[in-house]
Structures are given as structure tokens and as C-alpha cells.
Write a protein of this length. Structure first.
Lengths: 249, 329, 99
């Protein structure tokens, strides 16, 4: 593998890892606050799964690409070193926003994983295959909620529509290519088409309207983030940074 | 009256006005107590004296509320956990606490009270829950101390409750005890790791111990001599050991482990009496206990405010789910 | 006071070949969500190969008042059991018949 491909792979792995990590972090903020006790338990599983997936991607970066250890990557980078799409750094909002975000992301993962399983790089193919089963469940769960809330009451419809209006442009940013992605050959336009084909019918079924002339809010893949990320990282890293990076917690 | 019953009846064959005196009552009571003495379980829909039912509703619902409120001190630290391992373990632990609350509310429901009512009582400040969660988790080390000591105390109590006479509660307790063993291990690992770390980490642990030792001892409830209901609770196997016995067991098991780490327990009277082969320790501040349990602890108001906010925030969701499922029916 | 929805009883099969065992109940608006919520509450640690949920009001059950009449036999029913047919003495007799 040549250096350009190497750099592209690293960028891609960071985007995968950072997406999952920050989404898992946002999801975990609901623990103890969910609208139904049983959902507190269920959604916490999803948060743990996402963080577990992130750990898997960071481990590949560490073991095969000479990057620092996962804890170091998670707790010691600054906002402009993160390659997540801005969608996942946004605050958790109300349950409608969390569910819409989760749904759009879960569908993205499914479309993206379909491609990653055949991407030609064995460790990524293996990881994508392993993740697939949890992601099937996640999508079933978030989709189920979208369909239950989209048209239930006037208030639920209003909140779900507001959530979609906010999330959609950021969701389009999921398909922004990480640096050097041409060398990786990711079929991002195809993945995006598959994603739209999956989410649009469900959103329509939920009586929601996709924002028409929405432009993608990008920059995340290249380290340009909303102020929310710096705030998130301050919280995330505050205990770790009490001591040197070598400290054991 | 129907020959058969449907499982979901939140109000089973329940007569809240059934007389609790007289020869018929005494006969039933004798049979009920004999059953308990034989070691048999009481199941939902069995005849039981009203006082047994009320004591259990009170105890089980308080236990459920404690788990739910208990999510807050540790849950608030999930966003700040300093490593993947700690973050995942803490998320899983708080998830378990919500899960325990779920199991316990269900056990209480079998006695004729609805989850709606119990939650309403908690949020309106009418219900009690374990005092310990009215204390703040001030630093990251507090999270470990809660995970270790508070969960250790809970296990000492819960192992006892798992032998209780009421079937659904005993079953829930067995399941909960199994999960608590993971919490204890996680907490112990957490504290021992920090105690072996930098001077600041060790100091953080000692400060946390200073804050949590006495509240943990108070988790076992008032001293036996001040315990109302104790004799009946023991006869009906709602409790099978006394508060002081459990408190002693906790100190005997955990004081040595804490002292071995070179930490100082904030009780000048704590020592092992070689002659009597027993641990001696000081008396908790029962004034503080009374103050905190009656709603005037450091965080009582805040804890309930957070729960109320979460509940209000989720109201539209529950209403949406109910509306939709009614239409589909 | 708002709703905590309906309840569904949960049955859990820990591995193939084992029966489904009642493990508790979940509050949910419908069976499909109940199944997902049951999975996260009752199968996140324990091995599980199958899960059932049933609306609580669909389970018909005996009452304690019925227990004696339904489950405690009045007369000897040992003819249903292997132990109701002791063999030792009659085998001895038959085997020693010609002696």
C-alpha cells in the first residue's frame, strides 16, 4: 500500500471512529432521563454499542497504523483534530431530535457498511461485518420510533418535523469525503443514494417532509466543527486532563 | 366472582376495606404466618394481612425509587469518564440501576399499586428513597466510592432481602444481586487503581471516602433500638436480619480492605477488638439521618427536580405512544 | 399523572432445547416495541435465543383459592407414577417359582 492510500485509510478510519464515539457519547447523556424507563435501558445499550464500535475503529488505527492508543485519541485531541460529521456533535436536544438523528445515522451506517464489507482492506471488511448485526438492531429500533412518533399527535409531529429540519443538512455532511478519499475509492455518491432510498420512504410514511433545498453542512471531515464540539470535548476530557496522559484511571 | 383471573389485574382480588380483626382474620393470619414459618413464599393474589401488603408496597417502591434516583449521581459523571473502559462500565452500571428500578416497580405492581401512582408519588415528594442518593458526587473519585462502598452495602442488604417471604420481591432481588456483583467489582477496581496512582488521585480517593463512609453506614437504617416495625418485619420475613447486624457485617467485610489500601476511615472509634474478636465503631449521626431522610439533605430538592424535569420532558412522548396505540387497537 | 402504557409479560429462552421461562414484564405501547424493550431489559447479559411477549391481559391464570381443588389430589393417584408399581417382591416370587 502506498503512502497516499495509507493517509486516506487513516482519514477514513478516523471519520468512522469519531462519528461513532461522539454519537455514543451524546446517546449516553440520556441514561437516567429517557421518556420511558424501559427505553432508558434500551437506549443505553445503543450508546454502549456505538462507543464499542468506536473503540474497535480506534484500535485498528492504533494497532495497524501507528496511531496513539484509543484513550489517547479520544481524550487528548482538540476539536480541529476530529473528523466526525457535525451531525453527531450536536446536543441531544429532545427525544425527537435524538431519534431522528439516530435514524439518519443508523441508515447511513447500513448503507456505508454494505460498501465497507467489500472495500478491499481486510481489517475494515472484518470490522464492518462484525458491526453489522448490532446496526441491524439499531436501525430497527430508531425506525420504529420514527414511525411511532411522526404522526401520533400534533405535538409529536411538530417536534419530529423540527428535528428533521435541523438534522437533515448535517446528515448530508455524513457523505463529505475525508481527506484524500479519492485514493480510497469510496463510492460516496452511491452510498448516499442508497441511504436516501432507505430513509425517504420511512420519513414519508411518518408523514414528515424532507427539507427541500437543503445544502449539506460540511467541514466536519476536515476538522471544521460547530462550537458544540469544543464544549463537548471540555466535558468529555475534563477528568482525563487532571493528570498527564500517562496516568492510569 | 370469576373462577379464573387475568394476570395483569393491577387490582387483584383486593379488598382494601377487609376487616383486620376478628376470628376469621386471626385464623387466616395464623395460616399465613405458618406458611411463612415453613419457608414458603407468598405470591400475588395469596391472602395477606393488609399490613404486610402495605409494608411491602412501601419497601419495594422505596427500593425502586432509590434505584431510579440512584442513576443521577453516577449518571452525571458519564460524560466526564476519563477512559473508554470506565465510560462503558459506568454507562452499563447506571443502565443496570434503571433496570433494577424497572424490576422493582413491577414487583410492587403485583401488590396492587400502579407504576403511574408510584412515579407520581416520587415526583410529588410524597415517597421516600434511600438517603444515600441525596449526597453529591463531588469528584470522579466519588463515582468509584459509590460503586464500591454503596454497592457493597446494597449487596449486604439485598442478599438478605433475596430470602424474604414475598415471591416477586425475592425473585427480583436474586436477579439484582447477580448484577450488583459486577458493580462491586467495577467499583473496587476503580478505587484500587486510583489509590495506586498519583498523589492527587490518592488524595481524591481519601476525600471521597471521608464524604461517603458515614452515609453508607446509615444506609442500613436506624439502630435496632429505634427501629419501628422490626419485630413484625422479622416474623413476616420481610427482613430476615436486623439493621445493626447488617451494618456490622458491612464494616467487618470492608473496613479491612479499605485500611489495607492505606486509606483512613473517618471514624476515630473504629478498631478491631482482639479480645472480643469484633470490630468496634462509632455511632452514625442520627440527627443528620433524620434531617436528610425527611427531605432536607444537600441534594434532595435537586434530585427530585431533575427527575421531574426528565418526566415532564418525556410526557409528550408517552402521550404520543398511547394515542397511536389506541388508534391502532 | 400520565400514562405508563400497557404491560407485556416476557418469556425468555436461554438456549435451544430449553423452555421459555417467565422473567418479568415491560411497559410498552405495542407488542413490537415491547419485544425490543424486553430484549434490552432481559437479555443484555443472559444468553438468549428466543423471546416472547404477551399482553398481560391475555394470560388467564388460576387463583390461589382454586389451588387446593385443582392441584391437590384427594385420593391415591400413584397409579400414574412409576413408584406406584414396586417390583422387588413380585420378581422374587416369579423367579423362584420352580424352586
Amino acid at each position: 500500500m502506498n503512502n497516499t492510500q495509507n493517509v486516506a485509510l487513516i482519514a477514513r478510519l478516523f471519520s468512522l471512529a469519531d462519528d461513532e464515539f461522539l454519537l455514543g457519547h451524546r446517546d449516553s447523556e440520556w441514561t437516567g432521563h429517557a421518556p420511558l424507563l424501559e427505553e432508558d435501558i434500551a437506549f443505553s445499550n445503543i450508546a454502549q454499542d456505538e462507543m464499542g464500535h468506536a473503540l474497535m475503529w480506534y484500535t485498528i488505527l492504533h494497532e495497524r497504523f501507528d496511531q496513539p492508543a484509543p484513550d489517547r485519541l479520544a481524550f487528548w485531541r482538540a476539536a480541529d483534530q476530529f473528523h466526525n460529521a457535525t451531525l453527531v456533535e450536536l446536543p441531544r436536544g429532545d427525544w425527537a431530535f435524538t431519534i431522528v438523528r439516530q435514524f439518519l445515522f443508523d441508515a447511513y451506517e447500513q448503507a456505508r457498511n454494505d460498501w465497507l464489507r467489500r472495500c478491499g482492506y481486510a481489517p475494515i471488511e472484518d470490522a464492518a461485518r462484525k458491526l453489522a448485526r448490532e446496526e441491524i438492531y439499531h436501525l430497527m429500533h430508531s425506525q420504529g420510533w420514527v414511525l411511532r412518533l411522526g404522526d401520533a399527535t400534533e405535538e409529536s409531529h411538530r417536534r419530529m418535523q423540527a428535528a428533521l429540519d435541523l438534522a437533515w443538512p448535517h446528515a448530508l455532511g455524513l457523505f463529505e469525503p475525508p481527506a484524500g478519499d479519492e485514493a480510497f475509492g469510496a463510492k460516496l455518491p452511491e452510498i448516499q443514494a442508497a441511504w436516501r432510498a432507505a430513509v425517504e420512504p420511512r420519513l414519508v410514511q411518518a408523514t414528515l417532509t424532507i427539507p427541500g433545498a437543503a445544502t449539506a453542512i460540511g467541514g466536519g471531515r476536515l476538522g471544521a466543527h460547530t462550537p458544540h464540539l469544543a464544549e463537548l470535548l471540555t466535558d468529555l476530557q475534563k477528568v482525563a486532563r487532571l493528570e498527564a496522559p500517562e496516568a492510569v484511571w | 366472582m370469576s373462577m379464573m383471573s387475568v394476570l395483569s389485574s393491577v387490582e387483584p382480588q383486593l379488598d382494601w376495606a377487609e376487616p383486620q380483626t376478628g376470628p376469621e382474620f386471626e385464623a387466616r393470619l395464623a395460616a399465613f404466618e405458618a406458611r411463612i414459618q415453613r419457608g414458603e413464599k407468598i405470591e400475588p393474589n395469596d391472602w395477606m394481612p393488609l399490613e404486610y401488603r402495605k409494608q411491602l408496597i412501601r419497601m419495594i417502591s422505596q427500593h425502586a425509587h432509590s434505584e431510579i434516583v440512584g442513576c443521577l449521581p453516577e449518571g452525571g459523571w458519564i460524560p466526564h469518564a476519563p477512559t473508554f473502559r470506565r465510560k462503558l462500565a459506568l454507562t452499563a452500571k447506571v443502565q443496570d440501576e434503571a433496570g433494577h428500578g424497572q424490576l422493582l416497580y413491577r414487583a410492587a405492581e403485583t401488590l396492587g399499586v400502579s407504576r403511574e401512582q408510584m412515579i407520581d408519588d416520587l415526583l410529588a415528594g410524597r415517597a421516600k428513597y434511600s438517603n444515600i442518593f441525596n449526597y453529591p458526587a463531588v469528584t470522579w473519585a466519588d463515582v468509584g466510592m459509590i460503586g464500591w462502598l454503596v454497592d457493597a452495602a446494597a449487596i449486604v442488604n439485598q442478599l438478605m432481602l433475596a430470602e424474604g417471604s414475598y415471591g416477586p420481591y425475592a425473585r427480583a432481588m436474586k436477579r439484582i444481586c447477580y448484577e450488583e456483583s459486577f458493580h462491586l467489582k467495577q467499583g473496587h477496581h476503580f478505587i484500587v487503581t486510583m489509590a495506586g496512582g498519583t498523589p492527587q488521585q490518592r488524595a481524591m480517593v481519601q476525600a471521597a471516602l471521608n464524604r461517603w463512609w458515614w452515609p453508607t453506614l446509615m444506609m442500613f437504617g436506624p439502630s435496632d433500638r429505634d427501629s419501628v416495625h422490626l419485630e413484625k418485619m422479622m416474623r413476616w420475613k420481610i427482613k430476615t436480619r436486623t439493621n445493626d447486624e447488617l451494618r456490622y457485617d458491612f464494616v467487618a467485610q470492608y473496613a479491612p480492605q479499605i485500611l489495607r489500601l492505606g486509606l483512613t476511615i473517618p471514624d476515630p472509634e473504629l478498631r478491631y477488638d482482639e479480645a472480643a474478636r469484633r470490630w468496634r465503631f462509632g455511632e452514625p449521626d442520627w440527627e443528620e439521618f433524620r434531617r436528610v431522610i425527611s427531605g432536607h439533605g444537600p441534594l434532595n430538592a435537586e434530585r427530585l427536580a431533575v427527575r421531574r424535569a426528565a418526566h415532564e420532558e418525556g410526557r409528550w412522548v408517552r402521550e404520543a405512544l398511547a394515542a397511536k396505540s389506541n388508534r391502532v387497537q | 399523572m400520565d400514562t405508563q402504557l400497557r404491560t407485556f409479560e416476557v418469556f425468555h429462552q436461554s438456549k435451544r432445547g430449553e423452555p421459555h421461562v417467565h422473567v418479568g414484564a415491560v411497559h410498552a405501547p405495542d407488542a413490537e416495541l415491547a419485544l425490543m424493550l424486553a430484549r434490552d431489559q432481559f437479555a443484555r447479559r443472559l444468553d438468549c435465543t428466543s423471546l416472547w411477549v404477551v399482553p398481560s391481559d391475555q394470560i388467564t391464570a388460576t387463583t390461589p383459592a382454586q389451588a387446593e381443588a385443582w392441584f391437590e389430589p384427594a385420593t391415591d393417584k400413584s397409579y400414574r407414577e412409576a413408584a406406584g408399581f414396586p417390583m422387588r417382591d413380585i420378581i422374587k416370587k416369579a423367579e423362584n417359582w420352580s424352586k
